[in-house]
Design a binder for this molecule. Structure first.
Ligand code: NAD
Ligand code: MG
Length: 402
């Protein structure tokens, strides 16, 4: 993989999902380095006021919203401010912006499979692609990595664990092949690490999104509480680093200081550490192979105290173990798992199912929706699989509620 910009050139940056947690942190880092980054494109689903404020601050060339109605509101809000921003709507406009020749770097920070198409567009167009949107890789795995390779894109992981592994090992497998025994992804254990699992049915959405260490969007916060987030990250790591499923392990590390580790053939362990602040991995993705100020606090070792580790209990976190199961099943099963989980989490957040039902929906959908040969090889095939899994998950929840 080759860098698409020289270190000295100003990077023309598009932020997909700019109003979200990763999107805002990305703009925070970019704004610290106006000599390096020009924000040329922004996008959001709904928060028109926030997107308008970002347009006024960065004066991007484009602002894209999937739906026309909020886009019309945004146009009204920006009128008369003398901005160069063109407000576009529609899913196609997102992909076109991500692949535009006058864009160097794309931060993929949309949540869920909805981010897949613009990610693929950016990869095929050879962009420097900063990937926070793990669901895109979980859904499309092999197809995604082929698009990166064939398009000549530079793929940079933003998920803190994968950024940690990337900082210990480059993505280019040829450089380290044969030296790695396995990797260890760390997990905080989320808000229910010590809660009695027999009380999980009573967990409220508010309790589930209250993460002890990280401030994140609602979906990933629920995924952290079930540890489905780590399940998605196991699948993400399999594709990013071309590892066998059994080479990926998970350990709970409640302090979130060690962001992940590589265990080498000789027993030596490489780890990357930092305070839990996504501006660390974001700034590394933005500036790679250099390093720039991120705004993240430094670790103060004398006051840090103990770092501890524990196993992830399968009874408490059954969802985590679906990742290895899905990776060993036929191609496309990870897309099924992801779709079921998106539907289940949305239903939980809307108060339609209990917290403990999320795993039941995911396990049932994985058992029921079986990919046909070849479905995982094309975007239409994967989207069909995604739709079947969503339908199955919804139908099952409805039948159980009746
Ligand atoms: P978020 O909910 O805070 O933000 C999501 C963004 O995507 C918003 O701007 C929203 O408007 C936009 N969006 C939502 N649905 C969309 C759709 N259908 N089409 C277009 N845009 C849409 O989420 P987040 O926490 O910033 O997470 C974003 C991604 O980054 C997720 O895939 C998550 O797993 C990953 N990630 C997040 C963190 C974190 O600390 N927040 C860490 C690692 C990875
Ligand atoms: Mg992570």
């Amino acid at each position: 993989m080759r860098p698409t910009t020289s270190a000295a050139a100003v990077q023309r940056l598009v932020v997909l999902g700019s109003t979200g947690s990763i999107g805002c942190n990305t703009l925070d880092v970019a704004a610290r380095h106006p000599d390096r980054f020009e924000v040329v494109g922004l996008s959001a689903m709904q928060r028109v006021d926030d997107l308008a404020a970002q347009c006024l601050r960065f004066n991007p060339r484009w602002a894209v919203m999937p739906d026309e109605q909020p886009a019309r509101r945004l146009r009204d809000m920006l009128r008369g401010h003398g901005l160069k921003t063109e407000v576009l709507s529609g899913a196609q406009a997102l992909s076109e912006m991500a692949a535009h020749p006058q864009v160097d770097s794309v931060m993929a920070a949309i949540v869920g499979a909805a981010g897949l198409a613009p990610c693929l567009a950016a990869a095929s167009a050879g962009k420097r692609l900063l990937l926070a949107n793990k669901e895109a890789l979980v859904v499309a795995g092999g197809l995604f990595m082929r698009a990166v390779r064939d398009g000549g894109a530079t793929l940079l992981p933003i998920d803190s664990e994968h950024s940690a592994i990337f900082q210990c090992l480059p993505l280019d497998r040829a450089a380290w092949s044969g030296t790695v025994d396995h990797i260890v992804l760390t997990a905080s254990g989320g808000p229910f690490r010590q809660r009695d699992p027999s009380t999980f049915a009573a967990v409220t959405p508010q309790q589930a999104v209250a993460h002890p260490n990280w401030v994140m969007g609602r979906k990933i916060s629920v995924d952290s509480a079930t540890m489905m987030n780590k399940a998605l990250e196991v699948i993400e790591a399999r594709w990013l680093f071309d590892l066998q499923p059994q080479q990926i392990r998970v350990v709970i590390h409640p302090q979130s200081i060690i962001h992940s580790m590589v265990v080498c053939r000789d027993g030596s362990v490489l780890a990357q550490l930092g305070t839990p602040d996504m501006r660390g991995p974001i700034s590394y993705g933005l500036s790679f192979p250099e390093r720039i100020e991120s705004g993240a606090a430094r670790i103060d070792f004398p006051t840090l105290g103990a770092l501890s580790f524990e196993a992830a209990d399968e009874r408490r976190f059954p969802g985590l173990y679906l990742s290895w199961q899905a990776l060993q099943a036929p191609d496309g099963c990870t897309a099924v798992l992801n779709a079921a989980n998106e539907v289940a989490v949305a239903s939980f957040l809307d108060g339609r199912i209990g917290f403990d039902a999320i795993h039941a929906v995911n396990a049932h959908t994985m058992e029921t929706v079986l990919p046909e040969a070849g479905m995982a090889d094309s975007l239409p095939g994967l989207l069909e699989l995604d739709a079947r899994a969503r339908h199955c998950a919804s139908a099952w929840m409805k039948a159980r509620a009746a």
